[in-house]
Design a protein around this ligand. Structure first.
Ligand SMILES: [Fe+2]
Length: 157
């Protein structure tokens, strides 16, 4: 049945973020399983609530991580988080009204909401981090080369 699969292409390389993303994927799949196996409305709603609560926690933690790293596009990312929180809140309300969510429809929503978010937004953090690391490595190489030159000079003397 419809599931969301986790694979390496979704990894940002930041452990705290990736582990929460994996939890989110797991929660989306629990929700999908419940919908496709015809679980009660109550059970489905409880899973959506859990997903929504966890997503609020995740956005909060992710924003803290970005602030600690000095990520320059934090403001933009925060706005997107607010939009995504609102989107899932509206979706939750729709589910209450509809009562019989369709598995494929749910999967499409979750894929767009979660994978679109991870790939679109969080991968930018990963790219920025890689660039920053490369820059730091470059400056270390320059310092390292100067150091080696000095020691060679001393040996010769
Ligand atoms: Fe995220």
């Amino acid at each position: 049945m419809a599931r969301i699969n986790w694979d390496e292409s979704l990894e940002t390389g930041i452990y705290s973020i990736d582990s929460q993303h994996m939890d989110l994927v797991g929660m989306c799949n629990d929700f999908l399983d419940a919908v496709s196996s015809g679980k009660t409305e109550q059970a489905v709603n409880a899973l959506v609530r859990r997903l929504r609560e966890y997503c609020v926690q995740h956005f909060h933690d992710e924003e803290e991580t970005m602030a600690e790293m000095g990520y320059p596009r934090l403001g933009e990312h925060q706005r997107e988080h607010r939009r995504l929180s609102q989107q899932v809140k509206e979706y939750q309300r729709d589910l209450y009204k509809k009562r019989t969510p369709q598995p494929l429809e749910v999967r499409d929503f979750l894929k767009d909401w979660l994978l679109g978010h991870i790939l679109g937004m969080d991968m930018k953090i990963a790219e920025w981090l890689k660039e920053r690391e490369a820059e730091q490595k470059e400056s270390k190489v320059v310092i390292g080369e100067a150091g080696e030159g000095e020691s060679e000079g001393k040996e010769e003397a």
